[in-house]
Design a protein around this ligand. Structure first.
Ligand code: HEM
Length: 167
């Protein structure tokens, strides 16, 4: 999340603006998720864009299957290779509670992640506290760093080593 918000400064700005207007300086609560539509869309898009599903214990496919379904371009994802939190907001800017079937950052079926609800709740609180406690700074990415995945790390979307600064 930190890498993505530095690579897309306008996203970082929108996150900060929403937190400032909806929460301010007080501690965030779980209920704040209902009014922080952009923050929730950002978390959801991060989990789609760089999901950890391929790092799991390998499973055997019982039927021919296509992998990489979170990032392909098709009827589920328009411009699936782009990072766009807005894809999870409706025309009124409300966070959408229904998602395409292809959204499976927590896996699917019998072995689906048991911790999904806890993980989302924690990601929200940690992200909001991080942005609140850095509200006097911009978090910026070293100009030599990008967000591309390191091809030397098999089966995962790990980024290359990168440096960030606050200014
Ligand atoms: C952003 C955070 C997390 C992500 C993206 C994530 C994702 C996943 C994925 C992809 C799987 C594998 C599903 C499969 O094998 O098909 C999994 C399994 C699992 N996760 Fe998570 N997880 C997260 C956080 C958590 C947390 C916080 C907990 C517990 C408190 C947790 C507990 C589990 C357990 C117990 C399984 C194994 C389920 C099984 O094999 O029956 N996860 N998770």
């Amino acid at each position: 999340m930190v890498l993505l918000m530095t690579y897309y400064p306008e996203v970082q700005k929108k996150l900060r603006q929403e937190i400032e207007t909806q929460i301010g300086d007080r501690m965030p609560t779980h209920e704040d998720r209902n009014r922080c539509h952009y923050v929730m869309a950002f978390i959801t898009e991060t989990l789609r864009f760089r999901n950890i599903v391929p790092m799991g214990v390998p499973h055997k496919a019982v039927v021919q299957s296509t992998i990489g379904i979170c990032c392909r371009n098709d009827e589920d994802w328009q411009k699936g290779s782009e990072f766009r939190p807005e894809r999870f907001l409706d025309s009124e800017g409300q966070f959408m509670t229904t998602r395409p079937k292809a959204y499976i950052p927590f896996g699917v079926g019998r072995r689906v992640c048991l911790g999904e609800k806890l993980a989302i709740a924690d990601l929200f609180l940690v992200l909001v506290r991080f942005l609140q406690s850095t509200q006097d700074y911009d978090i910026v990415l070293d100009s030599n760093c990008g967000i591309d995945a390191d091809p030397n790390i098999a089966d995962a979307f790990n980024p290359y080593d990168y440096k960030i600064f606050h200014i």
